[in-house]
Design a binder for this molecule. Structure first.
Ligand SMILES: Nc1nc(=O)c2c([nH]1)NC[C@@H]1CN(c3ccc(C(=O)N[C@@H](CCC(=O)O)C(=O)O)cc3)C=[N+]21
Length: 300
């Protein structure tokens, strides 16, 4: 585990607790005027990586004072069953937000279910309306992992206008939203992917390198400009020589931290902040529902 006292390590747990304290204060204030509904976290079928995330969602919701419900639908649920249940959650005023964990079983079309979640309850920011709004710089309900990466760049204190950022990975849930969100802050963003001829040519000139590829220790010290910030979004399960399963990031943290000016560890970096972003999106969804007149004010 990376040494926490090293000032180059951005401590995701510390960022998470700071954000959750802010969210708790704002939720307590919001609950005085309108009832705050519950966040419903849906998984379809069992999946270990989801278990970890949902467990951390429940803990963060408790810390933020947000009502939370975990729902597990059977792996054999049909697309129609799921759509019908999501429609019922959309219409239930006691439900504040809905997140559908990925992966879903192969027979389920996740994009179609994602789009079934009402945009005002889409706390994951994956409804095409939410994703589209990112292009219009309305990034209030952004995908949580992408929002967490942006929060980590903010935590470095680096001035965003003109910042040279290289995003390695171009997924719809991370790479693409991160690029748009940082452009909105004035950064110059280069997006690399598996067809990029030389990733190192780009990463070595970057002030900030963000990586979300899914390959353990893909990024070594030779790919980083001395003093640059390195944001590691990778979550790779690796079985070590002793047969122990470990979580490794896409960055060789111990080697790269000697070159980097800032680095986020895995675990303990972007993961906890992703969970905090989900809670912040829940607060945003509540506010948007109040503004849309969906919730009856509490009589003073
Ligand atoms: N619609 C959807 N959105 C997601 O964002 C999403 C998803 N589905 N499916 C699963 C993956 C995985 N994921 C994690 C987020 C945080 C931690 C996390 O908190 N990790 C801790 C370590 C885990 C622990 O041991 O507590 C850390 O990095 O420090 C883990 C995993 C989000 N995912």
């Amino acid at each position: 585990m990376a040494d926490r006292r090293d000032h180059r390590i951005i401590d995701g747990k510390a960022v998470q607790h700071r954000l959750l304290a802010e969210i708790r204060a704002e939720l307590d204030a919001a609950a005085k005027t309108h009832p705050v509904g519950r966040l419903v976290s849906i998984s379809i079928g069992p999946s270990p990586e989801i278990e970890v995330y949902v467990r951390n969602q429940a803990r963060a919701a408790a810390e933020a004072g947000l009502p939370f419900e975990q729902v597990v639908w059977p792996a054999e649920a049909t697309q129609e069953d799921c759509k019908r249940k999501i429609a019922a959650l959309n219409d239930d005023p006691s439900v504040l937000g809905i997140i559908l964990q990925r992966p879903v079983p192969a027979h389920i079309h996740v994009r179609s279910l994602q789009s079934a979640i009402h945009p005002l309850k889409d706390v994951e920011g994956m409804n095409p309306a939410s994703i589209g709004n990112i292009v219009y710089n309305d990034i209030a309900l952004a995908p949580c992992t992408a929002a967490a990466a942006v929060e980590m760049v903010r935590a470095t204190g680096l001035s965003m206008p003109g910042l040279e950022v290289v995003m390695i990975g171009h997924s719809e849930i991370v790479g693409k939203p991160v690029a748009f969100m940082l452009m909105a802050e004035g950064a110059t963003v280069t997006v690399c992917h598996h067809m990029t001829r030389s990733v190192a040519m780009h990463s070595r000139r970057a002030d900030v390198v963000i990586v979300a590829v899914g390959k353990a220790h893909l990024i070594g010290p030779e790919m980083i400009k001395p003093g640059a910030a390195v944001i590691d979004i990778g979550i790779n399960q690796v079985t070590d020589a002793a047969g122990k399963v470990r979580i490794l990031g896409d960055v060789d943290t111990e080697a790269v931290r000697e070159v980097a000016g800032w680095i986020t560890p895995v675990p303990g970096g972007v993961g906890p902040v992703t969970v905090a972003m989900l809670m912040r999106n829940a607060l945003t969804a509540h506010r948007r529902q109040v503004a849309a007149g969906w919730l009856e004010a509490i009589e003073a």
